[in-house]
Design a protein around this ligand. Structure first.
Ligand SMILES: Cc1cc2nc3c(=O)[nH]c(=O)nc-3n(C[C@H](O)[C@H](O)[C@H](O)COP(=O)(O)OP(=O)(O)OC[C@H]3O[C@@H](n4cnc5c(N)ncnc54)[C@H](O)[C@@H]3O)c2cc1C
Length: 315
């Protein structure tokens, strides 16, 4: 699915004459437990994704600006990279309008279900919208819209930091460094200098469970201290780099971290899509094909995306 999504992102770049994907390469650093990386390699081979398996010593030679202590080995994907999310969403929005789509901003509430069908949804303040099918892709709000999803989609609070690198120092820009994820003791990931915003790093550990409508968007002193401690260890030259920007976001992972695409348990004309957080965005074009085939009744979605796999689900 990732390979298909990348192909579609690149086709869309051509179609819209817009740069969305930056092929910086991606480095996966394995920790003591390397089961994730070991499981990934056969799948990458099968999908013909090019990669190199590198020892920690080889990594240290190639990227001397990283301290590879505690890293057992790494996977390097030369053709992978990062996407610019805001520009990508805006491009999809504009393409949707250009193709005749209508965009409305309103709070939607699911309507009553009778005889296995939802007949209309209500839009605040007072409007009923009728359609053949309804797709709810409400991200971290899915559990608020459909309480039966609360046990399986958990919105958590996550902090993201951007640090300034020294003028003229290219070691921490995408000219010299790939996107990286460290699957060791503390799972951090980062993008070197995307869109000149500084060196992005974020802790992937799941934060507190929150309400995405009311969550405080100010980063915490503890979060910043943890990010700095990590920088000091893994990127020692950035130990005292100034913080230039910070963001608070929410993950909306399902309990097994995989995507959800299924119809509402009581009706076949309502679909729920989500559970994938930022991975959902990256896989968006490929997932979108599967969603449209499912909603139009052309092809049933893969069982692995169904709600039935999630035992905690109360549906
Ligand atoms: C700054 C930032 C950095 C991030 N970084 C990462 C990252 O590094 N890794 C990662 O995994 N994730 C990251 N995320 C989170 C990731 O972007 C989201 O989890 C992902 O976009 C969810 O996609 P989605 O389309 O399912 O939902 P969303 O993009 O959240 O869209 C859901 C939409 O539904 C709307 N909605 C909700 N309820 C209703 C309703 N009742 N009626 C009508 N509309 C409704 C919302 O207003 C929203 O527009 C980041 C987010 C931000 C903001």
């Amino acid at each position: 699915m990732a390979a298909r999504a990348l192909q579609l992102w690149q086709e869309n770049e051509q179609r819209w004459n817009l740069k969305l994907f930056f092929p910086t390469g991606v480095l996966w650093m394995a920790g003591k437990d390397d089961s994730y990386e070991r499981a990934a390699m056969p799948l990458m081979k099968e999908a013909r994704v090019s990669f190199e398996k590198l020892s920690a010593a080889e990594c240290a030679k190639r990227w001397p600006q990283i301290e590879f202590e505690d890293v057992s080995w790494s996977i390097y994907e030369p053709d992978a990279g990062y996407l610019v999310a805001r520009r990508g969403c805006e491009a999809v929005f504009n393409a949707f309008l250009k193709e005749g789509g209508e965009y409305r901003q309103a709070e939607a509430t699911p309507g009553p279900i009778a005889a296995n069908r939802m007949e209309g949804i209500s839009l605040a303040p007072r409007e009923i919208l009728n359609a053949d099918s309804y797709v709810f892709a409400c991200g971290p709000w899915l559990g608020k819209v459909f309480p039966f999803l609360r046990p399986i989609i958990t919105p958590t609070r996550q902090e993201v930091f951007f640090f300034g690198t020294a003028a003229g120092d290219l070691r921490f820009t995408e000219a010299r460094l790939p996107v990286w994820i460290d699957n060791g003791k503390h799972v951090f990931y980062g993008i070197p200098g995307n869109q000149w915003r500084g060196f992005k790093i974020a802790d992937d550990t799941r934060g507190n469970v929150i309400d995405p409508s009311t969550m405080e968007r100010q980063t915490s002193a503890e979060g910043l201290a943890a990010a700095r401690a990590y920088l000091r260890r893994r990127f020692p030259a950035l130990a005292d780099a100034p913080l230039v920007e910070s963001r608070v976001c929410q993950y909306e992972n399902s309990t097994d971290q995989n995507f959800i695409l299924d119809h509402h348990p009581e009706t076949k004309n309502v679909w729920v899509v989500g559970g994938g957080s930022g991975h959902g965005f990256k896989h968006g074009p490929a997932l979108g094909e599967i969603v449209s085939d499912a909603v139009l009744g052309l092809k049933a979605p893969p069982k692995e995306l169904g709600l039935g796999r999630l035992r905690e689900c109360t549906c």
